[in-house]
Design a protein around this ligand. Sequence first.
Ligand SMILES: [Mg+2]
Length: 240
Amino acid sequence: MFIGNFISFVRQFRVDHRCRDLNDLLGFWQEYDFIGLDRDGTLGGHHAPKPDPRILGVLQTISRRTEVVSNCAFCQLVKIRDIYAEMVSASIMVGFGEMGLPHLLRFEKGSGKLRVLRYYPTVGMLCDVTSRLAQGDALFEKPTRIYRKPNPWVLQAVVALAVREGRILARNPRVLYVGDKFFTDVRCANLAGFEAARVKTIGQLSDLREWRIDFVLERLLFDLPIGAILSRLADMFSAH
Ligand SMILES: [Mg+2]
């Protein structure tokens, strides 16, 4: 029993593509119907005010199949919209009140408009409740929680919406999630039933002084060394 649980845990760390940065996606992005992107460390440094110039070209190339799927607070999502709305939509999953259903908060590519969609995780359905919960960029209620990765709901909801709106046409879509962290990004992809690409963190050293010490310790002492070992073990245990 313990071994079975351990193997299923290790499989959450399966990495399908090990990349230096987003540019490596140019070799295989067309194999996927949809690509979800982490923001911090993947598109730029932590809370960077603009995308890293090294990844702008690839982001533009893959933009019609990709979206930012983040873990951040709503105020940061507004900043992501301000930086990326020309190229990609951006979403987070939050809760209002203690027992309520999760809600997808989403800034749309192009228009930059805020949408709010109630998500029913057990059936994978979404209901647009924007007019009830938001006006312009403002929410009527403050979210009481964020459903953070590795919780797979935010990624599953974004894919379900893309299917519903015809942006994904394949019957069994092939979905990739790209991020720099093993314990959140890679696990989120696997728990959602999709594929994972891991990139090396952008700005890890150059932005170190701007990072909070707990982020640095988590990154260098926990996520990177232990995640890398579990990812190699996942290769052994995965028939994929
Ligand atoms: Mg990241």
